[in-house]
Design a protein around this ligand. Structure first.
Ligand code: NAP
Length: 473
């Protein structure tokens, strides 16, 4: 735990395990309400000093953190692969993506501007300024252990806020490594604090109830996000939430089915399907169904599954046993209701995989709305294919979900691309593109997928208050 610039050891500890083989990697301090309160108090004590630095000073520290993070890219990636499971190459890419937030918000710190507003009175002047909201409590998930931290901490620090971070129980080691990056970059004591824990509830309660916390930023499941946002709202705290998704992937009759299938494979199986923007419902026009399914199945069947540290592995383990059971449940339900299994469809145990949480990369065909997988976020390596015939029908089906995070459209018709882009109720849409994300672009969802945006100017606004001055002269 890192509180008020000091590393604290604790007697109460919990184990971090490798999801690829069940081995214990390390044990770590198990914090609770007391440590969370100490961390909030430290962040509050440090706030005035940090908010009083110039944007140039904050930018210099964030830029140093960016440089140190890239120097430690291999070490950070290895820690992430060990505790989270993703292939080393993907972990290395995530460190780069995570570092981008530090450099982008370092620059953006210098562009926090206010404005003057004309008054109807001759003797009056209006001035609107932007100020940091105060102490920020941040809760992050295990699936992107590094970038979900920098996507919150970088804009918070750029704005002049101080932070208390609670990472996921499964991936605290990467969070510890990130705190060392901030410490070595010269972030003053108390400005960033880390509380690790095995039971998130007491820490979460402090975050939503402590009067000195001014903002809660949360990334995780919709159920937990709604519960925490409700409690924080009762105490009038600012809230932003990045929650679950159920992304539709639309392949129209005018798209190149082979190109679209390659894209679907790459984005669906990223991080073993454990991504909030992972396609969860792949709608393919009947005219393109056969070549699309053939290409996707051929590519998916070749994906190498195993430990993320092994050469050539594309699919790592799932996070835990419950995730493997969810895959089995969704596939069995789909099979019972008439879906075809083009490849995969079972747990993997051969070659030592039984020690980890592995499920075969799977393609399901003829998926219908009565199946569990059509409604429930999968968060795993299963690609369900749903045939369609008509544009308005597929837009209605794509929007028929409480989620609204990411969507993907494949078409070569520019008018259809525009129509569909405007008609889909999702916050992030890739048009013939499987990676519509960047530190410079607003990321976030509509409906039950969240509140607010991360990255971009919008991501900085989340940490700023607007203050109006009316001057009589
Ligand atoms: P989760 O169970 O909601 O956990 C997310 C974080 O919340 C973890 O740090 C967790 O701590 C903490 N948490 C859980 N219960 C809590 C409570 N009662 N009080 C305070 N904190 C609590 O979600 P998950 O299963 O780890 O993550 C997967 C979900 O995150 C998916 O739905 C995915 O789509 C979503 N996600 C969204 C985005 C996005 O940007 N929209 C990005 C990544 C993931 P513990 O680990 O200790 O339980």
């Amino acid at each position: 735990m890192f509180i008020d610039g000091a590393w604290q050891e604790m007697e109460r500890r919990f184990d971090i395990t490798n999801p690829a083989d069940g081995s214990v990697l390390e044990s770590i301090g198990d914090g609770g309400a007391e440590e969370a309160t100490q961390a909030v108090e430290a962040a509050h004590a440090a706030f005035a000093g940090w908010a009083g630095t110039t944007a140039y000073e904050r930018a210099a520290i964030l830029s140093r953190a960016h440089k140190i993070m890239l120097e430690r890219r291999d070490e950070l990636a290895r820690t992430m692969t060990l505790e989270q499971g993703k292939p080393l190459r993907a972990a290395t890419l995530e460190v780069g993506y995570g570092a981008d937030f530090l450099s982008w918000f370092a620059e953006e710190a210098k562009r926090i501007e206010g404005r003057t507003i004309p008054s109807a009175r001759r003797d009056q002047r209006f001035l609107a300024i932007r100020q940091p909201v105060g102490v920020v409590a941040a809760i992050t998930p295990w699936n992107y252990p590094v970038s979900m931290i920098t996507r919150k901490v970088a804009p918070a620090l750029a704005a002049g806020c101080t932070v208390v971070l609670k990472p996921a129980e499964a991936t605290p080691l990467t969070a510890v490594a990130m705190m060392r990056v901030f410490e070595d970059a010269g972030v003053p004591k108390g400005v960033v604090n880390l509380v690790t824990c095995s039971d998130p509830r007491p820490v979460g309660d402090v975050f939503v109830n402590h009067p000195k916390v001014r903002k809660l930023t949360f990334t995780g499941s919709t159920a937990v996000g709604k519960m925490l946002a409700g409690k924080a709202a009762a105490n009038m705290k600012r809230v932003s939430c990045e929650l679950g998704g159920h992304a539709p992937f639309l392949v129209f009759e005018d798209a190149d089915p082979v190109h679209a299938a390659k894209g679907a494979q790459l984005v669906k199986f990223l991080n073993t399907g454990q991504a909030c923007i992972s396609p969860n419902r792949i709608f393919v026009h009947r005219a393109n169904l056969e070549p699309f399914v053939a290409t996707l199945t051929e590519r998916v069947a070749k994906l190498k599954v195993g430990s993320g540290l092994d050469e050539g592995v594309a699919i790592g383990p799932l996070v835990n046993e419950a995730a493997v059971e969810k895959m089995s449940r969704q596939v069995e339900d789909a099979r019972d209701r008439g879906a075809g299994v083009a490849c995969g469809g079972s747990r993997l145990t051969d070659g030592g995989l039984d020690r980890g949480h592995f499920y075969a990369p799977t393609v399901l065909t003829d998926v219908t709305p009565d199946m569990l997988i059509y409604r429930e976020e999968t968060f795993g390596p299963i690609a369900p294919i749903i045939p369609f015939e008509d544009e308005s029908e597929v837009i209605a089906m794509a929007n028929d979900t409480e989620y609204g995070l990411a969507a993907y459209i494949y078409t070569r018709d520019i008018a259809r691309a525009f129509r569909t882009f405007e008609a889909l109720d999702f916050g992030i849409i890739g048009i013939n593109d499987i990676n519509p994300t960047s530190a410079a672009a607003p990321f976030g969802g509509m409906k039950d997928s969240g509140l607010g945006r991360e990255g971009s100017h919008e991501g900085l606004d989340e940490y700023l208050e607007t203050k109006l001055g009316g001057f009589a002269i």
